[in-house]
Design a protein around this ligand. Structure first.
Ligand SMILES: O=C(O)C(=O)C[C@@H](O)[C@H](O)CO
Length: 332
């Protein structure tokens, strides 16, 4: 089967949906379309509309979005991964098991015909005896060419994944709910009114580092309430002077970073005493925060891959799967 000129990369996670038209050779993104219709939201609509065919419901959404970037009446191949293959996605696929590597032969793959012209290749997630992931395994495979030695590959996010890379393959991993916990605490807990997001400044960096140190020493739970307690104490002493404590922007900004530091410090704590290399791939603000935290914890031999590299990682991984599966494709 001859190589396609392009393919569609679909990244369909819990909260977001993204399709990208990709040049097969250069991996350049020709067109891109994103929505916030992650599988969770679409699954809710599927249930509330009382529809019977989940696969058809998800396929319809996929095609309706795809036509925003490409003519869907032509022959196309889509490679998709993420929560799309979960119990609340298009089709429930069994996880593959570790190890995984750039041979991609241990992943579970399924082919579906979306219409007469479009072939959909679904990549299942990966599990161990006590953990699961869907989507990050494809990013991790796409990042393998950047890993020179045995290491931990860190993929920070809502569910941060730490993958252990040994002897040319990923053999195990662990999920840390760092991002999700941050969101829950900052948006739904008693602490939410004492937190304010802002660009990091000298004061908030100090607070972040203090959080990292405490979090890394197992003081996460014992430190959280201090955010409220400190405010209450200040309000009381002002009250004694006949004054009232209003909104304290600087304090709230520092609290925001303190909370972030606590959670990151806790996630990264076990790496302090390891003699193995650490490679971290994240973008933007998240990348900066993890770099500061890893430095503070004196994690030896850590390197950081750029946001651009991470952006391309899933596409790389999907192309590798596609290359393995040319022969089974009816149309390209
Ligand atoms: O497979 C599942 O059910 C998950 O919840 C996996 C999840 O952690 C993703 O890997 C990232 O959100």
């Amino acid at each position: 089967m001859k190589q396609p000129k392009h393919f569609v990369s679909c990244d369909w996670g819990t909260s977001n949906f993204r399709v990208r038209l990709i040049d097969f050779n250069s991996l350049e993104v020709i067109k891109e379309h994103k929505t916030e219709m992650g599988v969770k939201k679409l699954y809710q609509s599927f249930l509330s509309e009382g529809k019977a065919d989940r696969q058809a419901y998800f396929s319809e959404y996929l095609l309706s979005q795809l036509q925003q970037i490409v003519d869907i009446n032509q022959e196309l191949t889509i490679v998709a991964c993420g929560m799309i293959t979960s119990t609340m996605g298009m089709i429930d696929m069994e996880y593959a098991t570790m190890p995984i590597s750039d041979k991609v032969d241990t992943l579970n793959i399924k082919h579906l015909d979306l219409n007469d012209h479009i072939d959909l290749i679904l990549i299942s997630g990966v599990k161990t005896t006590n953990d699961v992931m869907r989507g990050e395994e494809v990013q991790a495979i796409g990042l393998m060419k950047y890993l020179k030695n045995d290491c931990y590959l860190l993929l920070p996010g809502t569910h941060s994944k730490h993958l252990k890379f040994e002897g040319g393959s990923y053999n195990s991993f662990q999920t840390f709910m760092t991002g999700e916990l941050f969101e829950i605490i900052s948006q739904h807990s008693i602490l939410k009114e004492f937190l304010m997001s802002s660009k990091m400044n000298e004061e908030s960096e100090k607070a972040f580092l203090e959080g990292v140190r405490k979090g890394s020493k197992g003081e996460l739970l014992g430190s959280l309430f201090g955010i409220r307690a400190q405010w209450v104490a200040q309000a009381q002493s002002l009250q004694e002077e006949g004054k009232s404590k209003g909104k304290d922007t600087e304090m709230y900004q520092s609290n925001f970073y303190f909370l972030s530091g606590l959670l990151l410090g806790n996630e990264l704590s076990y790496l302090q005493n390891q003699s193995v290399e650490v490679v971290m791939a994240a973008s933007g603000v998240l990348s900066g925060l993890y770099q500061i935290a890893l430095k503070e914890l004196k994690v030896e031999g850590f390197t950081s891959l750029s946001g651009e590299v991470l952006e391309k990682a899933m596409i790389h991984g999907q192309k590798m799967v596609l290359e393995q599966h040319f022969d089974q494709l009816q149309i390209i």
